[in-house]
Design a protein around this ligand. Structure first.
Ligand SMILES: Cc1cc2nc3c(=O)[nH]c(=O)nc-3n(C[C@H](O)[C@H](O)[C@H](O)COP(=O)(O)O)c2cc1C
Length: 298
């Protein structure tokens, strides 16, 4: 059951850059090197965020089993996530939040379609912020037409750069796979071609050689309509990236439990100039790591 929960976590290109080893009351989540990610993720940011997301699922699953998890992190080089050793300690009745999020683990998916008109409410946004559990300076909702237009300009720029980067596109081709019979991604086996976004914001969230580059003003109006949360951190270490991954997945599970659809975009932020531009455009207090897009399925 623990391994199913971990395998259901989102990960960069569905690469699942971790290995889970379970022995009795102890589970160890190890980082795993993955080939063919160097163009997309040269510094390992997305692998560390993915590792954090898998760790969140593991902790939720241990609590669901009625045990309190204790986490020890091994020493690790700065460039990779520390192996997390989770010991299931004393018995503890799972809380309502644990059970709700556990039930969402299997149902959570990336939703790269257009959202329905009905917006996410302020109350829902507050719930998502609390679920992410980061400091107030580490979360920013893109708000108003000025922010939306500026971010749209940057995203359109990133889309053009990545679209034209032949090495990048060669690597990405490896990760786009034909859909299996169930229509769901096979854990660790890349992104089903049919799951890619065709238009609007999700299309610039994963630009392939086939992506039709978006109209900037249309993009701005989608950003303003969709609820887009930027996660950032004051420092930019692997520890921060893992922590952002834990927050991202907690918010994603809470959103799924509350009937919201989500997609995550980090691809544009893998360009250093994009991170700088978005930091300035949104007046962020730190480095942006991920855009989370929330809404209702159309
Ligand atoms: C760290 C991280 C980065 C991701 N970056 C992107 C992205 O830039 N664009 C995108 O469309 N999806 C992105 N995703 C979503 C993954 O492609 C997705 O989780 C994976 O293919 C598994 O599919 P699922 O989420 O439907 O289970 C990202 C996920 C994670 C955890």
């Amino acid at each position: 059951m623990l391994s199913e929960a971990v395998a259901a976590a989102p990960s960069v290109h569905n690469a699942q850059p971790w290995t889970l080893v379970v022995r009795g009351h102890v589970a160890e989540l190890h980082p795993r090197q993955v080939d063919l990610l160097d163009e997309h993720d040269p510094q390992g940011r997305d692998r560390a965020i993915s590792f954090g997301a898998a760790l969140t699922n593991l902790l939720v699953a241990v609590r669901h089993l009625g045990r309190l998890p204790h986490v020890d992190r091994a020493a690790a080089p700065e460039s990779e996530p520390a192996t997390a050793k989770i010991t299931a300690t004393r018995e503890a009745t799972p809380s309502g939040v644990d059970e709700r999020r556990f039930a969402a683990i299997e149902r959570r998916r990336s939703y790269r379609g257009a959202f329905a008109e009905q917006p996410v409410t302020d109350a829902e946004r507050d719930t998502l912020r609390v679920a992410a559990g980061l400091g107030p300076d580490e979360m920013h909702w893109i708000t108003g037409s000025t922010e939306a237009s500026e971010v749209a300009r940057s995203l359109a720029y990133a889309a053009r750069v990545l679209h034209a980067d032949a090495e990048y596109q060669r690597e990405l081709t490896h990760w786009i796979v034909q859909q299996d019979a169930t229509g769901d991604p096979t854990p660790g086996a890349g992104i089903p071609e049919k799951a890619l976004g065709r238009q609007g914001l999700p299309a610039v969230g994963l630009v392939t050689g086939q992506t039709k580059l978006p109209d900037e003003s249309l993009l701005a109006s989608r950003i303003e309509h969709d609820s887009v949360l930027v996660l950032c951190s004051a420092t930019d270490s692997t520890i921060d990236h893992v922590r952002i991954g834990e927050a991202l997945q907690s918010a994603w599970l809470e959103a799924t439990a509350g009937g919201l659809a989500v997609s995550v975009m980090t691809q544009p932020l893998r360009l250093e100039e994009m991170r700088k531009a978005v930091t300035e455009q949104l007046g962020l207090a730190g480095v942006p790591h991920a855009f989370l897009r929330f809404g209702r399925t159309a």
